[in-house]
Design a protein around this ligand. Structure first.
Ligand SMILES: Cc1ncc(COP(=O)(O)O)c(C=O)c1O
Length: 423
């Protein structure tokens, strides 16, 4: 690196990015005419402008300027199958032949529900929705209805969907108007004292077993267990948002830890590549939706059981998200994280990787210029042909080989050395 400061190095990286990606820049400028900020999903925006991706193949994505990148974003954990999984593709094409929009109960829908209930210890009954956000809104509303209470405990750094994020002052996000009580994540004493203050008003405690969008910070088992005990004590419904962590084992993180919440929410990959959400839990709670009962809760949703989603999800669960495949992918992620952190420590590189299994985040650890350090690192990796989220998320998928992951590990180390040399 010939530039002397981080800011100069970043400016040079941005200039080079802009000149290397003229078609993306043109597409972006055109998109801004009808989409605010040129897009419809804030999490995928890239400063100074995003790349436009034309297609994907295996674990690669190809942009409109013809560059190929190995995809270590994996659509923010939902793209666990890679871009062109043949088993899924075959099932989806056959599903198309059965017809779209049947608008009725189907067999794949009940098979998928039964597969998911058998996997997640807390899910005796389940309902489908169209996104993780929707699943969480439904689960929270169900828990409040069940308890007849108003307050919802969430955690600092928690993300349960586009209108359910709790990132503190930086947030600037829209929020559904629940009566939230925000507690400190992984802090048993702090959380206990806040919850006890409002004990009789709290209907729901919702928590990610690992903060996902909040930086891949694993929940301490003792902390999660304390929430289990506290919820029971105060009569609140404990919800585990396993929208991301469900892929850490065949029954999510709850199965690994042996902690059973009252309700669980799922999303992302269980739709086999299509929009998906699900919420489920104890019979006593979920039976509220049983249309055979008087005064049951009505829960509509045109695409809740979209036939193609149900077929793709069922195929994925039965043939791809097997215990062995998940174990292998998560072990690959664990060793990537351990190897990288070892080198970061040994060479005093200003980076750290946190996470669990195949879901991880790279953090820039130098106290100053945090955003700039991570941005420069992102551009260094792009130059080497690797695609991560600009905020540092690294998520593995089944289309990757061990060699791909080793290549990524080496590229991360080189990029981290590059950033250090510009300090
Ligand atoms: C833990 C968690 N919950 C909920 C959601 C929201 O899911 P969706 O984007 O499908 O609405 C996400 C999305 O990233 C998530 O990570």
């Amino acid at each position: 690196m010939t530039t002397t400061t981080l800011s100069e190095a970043l400016s040079a990286a941005r200039r080079s990015y802009a000149s290397n990606n003229p078609n993306s820049l043109k597409a972006y400028e055109q998109a801004t005419e009808s989409l605010p900020g040129g897009g419809t999903r804030s999490s995928i925006f890239i400063h100074p402008f995003p790349l436009f991706i034309e297609r994907g193949d295996g674990s690669e994505i190809i942009d409109v300027d013809g560059h190929k990148y190995l995809d270590f974003v994996s659509d923010f954990t939902s793209g666990i199958y890679g871009k062109t999984n043949p088993v899924l593709k075959k099932a989806i094409i056959e599903g198309l032949d059965n017809g779209l929009q049947l608008g009725a109960h189907t067999l794949p829908e009940s098979s998928l529900s039964s597969e998911l209930c058998s996997r997640f210890p807390s899910m005796h009954l389940i309902r489908f929705a169209n996104s993780g956000t929707e699943a969480n809104i439904l689960a929270i509303s169900t828990g409040l209805h069940y308890t007849g209470r108003k307050k919802v405990v969430v955690f600092e750094g928690g993300y349960h969907g586009s209108v359910l994020s709790h990132f503190g002052e930086d947030g600037g996000d829209l929020k559904v108007p629940y009566d939230f009580v925000v507690c400190p994540y992984n802090d048993i004493t702090g959380t206990n004292s806040i919850i006890r203050k409002y004990a009789e008003e709290i209907g729901v405690i919702i928590v990610e077993p690992m903060l996902g969008a909040g930086g891949c910070i694993p929940g301490n088992p003792e902390f999660l267990q304390s929430l289990r005990e506290l919820s029971t004590e105060i009569g609140a419904v404990l919800i585990f948002d396993e929208v991301q962590t469900a892929r850490l084992s065949i029954g999510g993180r709850q199965k690994i830890l042996g902690i059973t919440p009252d309700m669980t929410t799922l999303g992302k990959f269980f739709g086999g590549g299509f929009a998906f959400g699900a919420f489920g839990g104890k019979k006593a709670i979920m039976s509220l939706f049983d249309a055979r009962q008087p005064n049951s809760i009505s829960h509509g949703g045109t695409f809740n059981n979209s036939p193609l989603t149900m077929i793709a999800g069922l195929t994925a669960v039965q043939h791809i998200l097997t215990e062995e495949n998940l174990r292998n992918l998560n072990e690959l992620g664990d060793s990537l994280r351990e190897n990288l952190n070892k080198v970061f420590d040994e060479e005093e590189l200003p980076f750290k990787m946190t996470g669990l299994g195949s879901i991880n985040q790279l953090h820039y650890t130098s106290p100053s210029q945090k955003r700039e350090g991570l941005d420069l690192f992102f551009f260094c990796l792009l130059d080497r042909g690797y695609w991560i989220a600009q905020r540092g998320l690294v998520s593995l998928n089944f289309a990757m080989t061990n060699k791909d992951v080793k290549g990524f590990e080496n590229a991360v180390i080189e990029a981290a050395r590059g950033v250090k040399s510009s300090l």
